[in-house]
Design a protein around this ligand. Structure first.
Ligand code: GLV
Length: 321
């Protein structure tokens, strides 16, 4: 728990800045629920230093470029699950940081299932053949009976596990605690066993945030232990040694990679991942914040602060989530 916060409890947010593309809808929903709150907003790139110095509360996914410091802001509510856009930017520890309680798991599970079938059903090469009007039969293997290793067993990992289990995929998890968090996992091991386990997986799915512990977790050495798995990353690009991916794919350590997150976003045009025939790129869309989720999460945290209680969704800065 934070110990030296600028705000004192109970705390009522008075001047709120929303830095998001959907700022107008989020601001309207907040005003509808709490007409006494003053709310301003802009896309995060357009937030000005004047906005920041006006506000006591900020809502957004990451620190806006104009905010060299957070002025008089005492509370930041992250609209995303990952808070690396704040902690990675050295957010003053005296500012309260909460994160969205929105469940991104169901949507990310659909993203993952779509990638599993795209790869297994060879959709990309069938589409290539169709465009060339080429009749190109091939063997298609069943997804049922394959094995997945899920790195991250929280809300997102548990939803992916449930969806995969329903398809007949055997699901193993790895987590910090090594304890099973959900019945859809056949078993859960400590993250320390990652390198030993990747060789037994057909699918390796990453849903962990960027933290000092997760950074570089899927290193070249770990990739080298893979036996033709498909890597799915819906967590953060920093979790994988991205520079080693082309080699891992070319040498067959990985059969394919479906990547929604990258060390640099947008993915630079110079990246070899764009054109690699075994890579499916998506532009960080696997789990999207909704207007209702952003608003309700903020209002829930605000109500808690007004009662004088720290919200359940306070980020543990030592853990990084
Ligand atoms: C998206 O990546 C999020 O952290 O919500």
């Amino acid at each position: 728990m934070p110990d030296a916060l600028t705000l004192s409890l109970p705390f009522t947010p008075r001047r709120i800045v929303v830095g998001a593309n959907a700022h107008a809808d989020i601001a309207a929903a907040i005003r509808a629920a709490r007409p006494e709150f003053e709310v301003r907003g802009a896309p995060f790139m357009e937030i000005t230093a004047a906005d920041i110095s006006w506000a006591d509360t900020y809502i957004g996914f990451k620190r806006p470029p104009a905010a060299h410091d957070m002025g008089a802001v005492q509370w930041v509510h992250s609209t995303g699950a990952g808070v690396d856009g704040w902690l990675g930017q050295g957010l003053d520890p005296r500012i309260l940081l909460t994160r969205s309680p929105e469940s991104f798991g169901p949507m990310i599970a659909e993203w993952a299932v779509a990638r599993v079938f795209a790869v297994q059903q060879q959709l990309a090469s069938l589409l290539d053949a169709q465009r060339e009007q080429r009749w190109a039969p091939r063997d298609i293997a069943r997804v049922a009976g394959t094995r997945a290793l899920l790195v991250g067993t929280g809300d997102i990992g548990s939803h992916i596990a449930t969806a995969f289990a329903a398809l007949g995929i055997a699901v193993t998890g790895v987590s910090r605690s090594g304890r099973a968090s959900h019945p859809a996992f056949d078993r859960v091991h400590s993250i320390d066993r990652l390198a030993d386990l990747v060789g037994h997986a057909d699918w390796i799915v990453l849903s962990v945030p960027d933290t000092p512990e997760s950074r570089g977790l899927v290193s070249r050495a770990v990739l080298e232990r893979c036996q033709g798995a498909v890597l799915l990353n819906a967590g953060r690009g920093s979790v994988v040694e991205e520079a080693a991916l082309p080699e891992a794919l070319d040498r067959g350590w990985l059969r394919a990679a479906a990547l929604d997150v990258f060390t640099t976003e947008p993915l630079p045009v110079s990246s070899p991942l764009w054109g690699h025939p075994k890579v499916l790129v998506s532009p960080h869309i696997s789990g999207l914040t909704t207007i209702a989720g952003a608003t309700e999460g903020f209002l829930e945290c605000a109500a808690s602060l007004e009662r004088g209680v720290l919200p359940k969704w306070v980020v543990d800065r030592a853990r990084g989530y």
